[in-house]
Design a protein around this ligand. Sequence first.
Ligand SMILES: [Zn+2]
Length: 432
Amino acid sequence: MIALIQAGGAGTRLKSITGDLPKPMVPICGKPILQWQIENLKASGCNHVILVVSKNGTAVQDYFGFGDKFGIKIEYIVEQEPLGTGGALYFASKMIDEDFALLFGDLMIDVDWNRFFAFHQKREALITAFAHPNGHPADSDVLVADADGKVRKMLSKHDPRDFFYENLTNAGLYIVSREILHRFTEPVQIDFEKEVLAPSIPEERIYAYRSSEYVKDCGTPERYYGVTADCQNGIIAARNLAKPQPCIFLDRDGTINHFGDYVIRPEMLLLEPGAAQAIKKINASPYLAICITNQPIVARGETTIEQLQSIHFKLEDLLGQEGAYLNDLYFCPHHPDRGFPGENPAYKIDCDCRKPKIGLLLRAQRRYNIDFKNSWMIGDTCQDVQTGINAGCHTCLLLGGDPNPYKKYADAKPDLICQNLAEAIDKILALK
Ligand SMILES: [Zn+2]
């Protein structure tokens, strides 16, 4: 595995902390960010790193040399003048003959690159972008992707958005196919996202790899201190998907959003008081936050899959307004009983994903390497509790949602009973 790292950034906004150090040399818990990156790549089997540096900054070369100290081969592309985020690909085309990782040297990361590469190779993608939800989607560039991750378009943070969209932001890590390199025939300044990534979307081989792993930039003092705290707390390394992940699975209606009439339009969805702040606490903890919901309204013909997605984009918008996000959301659109007017027969099946079956949890487990026995299922009915029990998770029943939580699976005994999500999360996080 080979990686090309843009390591030329000057740390202008961090001057108060780091003086004149280039951004990739900014220390986090005693090591430069770039060293964390190289060690992370090496842990995934990468043996060759090419660093793109500016002719003025010798700090990176002085520290890393040819990589002997780090057990990895390091080469350099020294830019005589700044060539943007993509100009170095011209030089790289003479050094690389395989699909490669492309990343920016100011990001603190801990990623299972083998999982990322496998996703890219399975889809024979031209470029695969590492994508994740964040706590501020409204001021982020976001990717619009289909269920398999194929990117349909990019939404710039500079363009107004008067519609709901998935909280899926482009993190700045890529796997790039070798075949793109022959397009770079001269050393000119190129913006990778605007001039390479965006124009390739119509070719339909640009993918978004959705992950819960840690990728954050440290470009401002506030972010720098946040990343340092995460490093000290062990969260950065723990989120690597090569390691089993603890997760808090959350039911939707009556748990995250207000229980009432079936939500068949975005405007009908309202958050439960305290739910967004509770999810924000999960986001800062070792647990993933993944919503698991039965939505038989699709089978009943009251809404379409597209309308349901738009309801979920509104949910992400409301959470994002309070700095919270779900790592993912899985829904069951099915219902087993046929014979009602207006129903959609395609979804009237006895599926394997309607809770208390655990098909949705198993899908989440495959994608995020979830360790069920260190995970929780929280919901406002015993059907949710039974789901958690069926998967081998701890369970928590909320009494403040569905007025009749015991109407099905009343024998399912939760480990914890709380009034609402805020109370449940405080209690669960206090157990760790
Ligand atoms: Zn289903």
